[in-house]
Design a protein around this ligand. Structure first.
Ligand SMILES: [Zn+2]
Length: 388
């Protein structure tokens, strides 16, 4: 190889990598001479993805959040387990062929792990929990039923969906059952309004679903402070979106050591103002990238997310953007071996034509080069699938 970008800060040029039949790297070293005009980048980590969600049908899918949530719920209703597994497998293979080799996946039905076993991907699967109406006993019962055992290359966790869809008791039950949580947090102004004052479209939606408890009183604080009060803000809780942070929230998140994942495709879909990611990074928050779901993303590729991120945050250097899509993703999922190449780690990489590492990273981040091939867990993602 002309060069191997071991992680966004370190490069071997020229380099060589050898892996074993189990897909583990056994040698990673400087080579005497380059054997091909190729550079290897670490495989991309998609830190937030709902693989089972399909694009919404209809000519004009909603772009306002609560109608969109209702449309997604309607689209998922009645889907059979086999269909959900097929959807997850299809979505995963589309992402894999474009360089995403690891996922932080939100499993809404319990079907994802079976689907993911058929792919060479790895990561963490978070079983989703919702229930704004659930008390302590019902919450514990739900968590017992939904806890997943790790399977194959996937670790597991729980995803109490969001502060507007999960009761304090359900958050407590999730926290007691798993260290590894991920929560949609401060995604919209409506969410903050609901938590602060108990009003707005989320109240109407919960009422309509029969999930607003009798005598409900709003916590009276924003989402981040609410999660902090519930004891959920922690280094092992991955926060998703954080569009609508309030004064003091950046320090609160940084102080707790919680990572954040942003989804550029979703920001574009809902025409949102991009959150101040460079400021978050300066505050020491690990910020990762995710594709979210095909219901709010009209491209479907981590490479597109990188390109979008480069456009949304033009002040970030290519190496910082690549770090969001690789090492920060591994940190976000609490699987720090992901998103970097190291001896003993997984042979997960994206091969790109080129010879000069800095130039290759810049071209890749800006979407100017496509992968020549992708290797996940030592397995080459079939070349035929790389074609669009
Ligand atoms: Zn999501």
């Amino acid at each position: 190889m002309r060069c191997i970008v071991v992680d966004p800060q370190h490069t071997l040029a020229p380099g060589e990598v050898v892996w074993d039949a189990g897909g583990r790297i056994v040698q990673l070293r400087r080579a005497r001479r380059a054997q091909a005009d190729l550079c290897l980048l670490p495989g991309l980590v998609d830190a937030h993805v709902h693989l089972q969600l399909e694009p919404l049908r209809g000519r004009t899918p909603p772009r306002a959040f609560v109608p969109w949530v209702e449309a997604v719920m309607a689209a998922q209703r009645g889907a059979l387990p086999l269909q959900l597994r097929q959807r997850a497998r299809r979505a995963a293979s589309m992402l894999l062929r474009d360089g995403a080799v690891a996922f932080g996946e939100i499993d809404g039905s319990g079907q994802s792990l079976a689907a993911l076993r058929a792919t060479p991907a790895s990561g963490r699967s978070y079983r989703e929990l919702t229930g704004f109406h659930l008390g302590a006993e019902a919450s514990r019962a739900l968590v017992r039923e939904r806890r997943l055992a790790a399977a194959g290359a996937f670790a597991t966790g729980l995803s109490p969906h969001a502060p507007y869809s999960v009761s304090p008791e359900l958050f407590a039950a999730a926290r007691a059952a798993s260290r590894y949580l991920t929560v949609h947090c401060a995604e919209t102004a409506e969410e903050q309004e609901f938590l602060r004052r108990g009003r707005g479209p989320f109240r109407d939606l919960l009422q309509q679903l029969g999930r607003l408890p009798d005598g409900f009183r709003a916590p009276g604080i924003g989402a981040v402070r609410w999660l902090e009060r519930l004891g959920v803000l922690a280094p092992t809780t991955l926060l998703v979106h954080c569009q609508e942070l309030e004064r003091g929230d950046v320090a609160r998140i940084a102080g707790a050591g919680a990572p954040v994942v942003v989804c550029p495709g979703t920001i574009d879909w809902f025409d949102r103002t991009p959150p101040p990611v460079p400021r978050w990074l300066r505050a020491g928050i690990p910020v990762a990238l995710g594709t979210d779901s095909r219901a709010s993303n009209d491209a479907w590729s981590m490479r597109h997310e990188l390109r979008r991120a480069a456009a949304l945050w033009p002040d970030l250097a290519p190496s910082e953007l690549l770090a969001m899509a690789t090492t920060a993703g591994g940190r976000a999922l609490r699987l720090p071996g992901l998103g970097r190449l190291r001896r003993g780690g997984r042979a997960d990489f994206v091969a790109v034509r080129g010879s000069e590492p800095r130039r290759v990273v810049e071209d890749f981040v800006h979407g100017r080069v496509r992968p020549a091939f992708v290797v996940a867990g030592g397995v080459r993602v079939p070349a035929a699938r790389l074609r669009r």
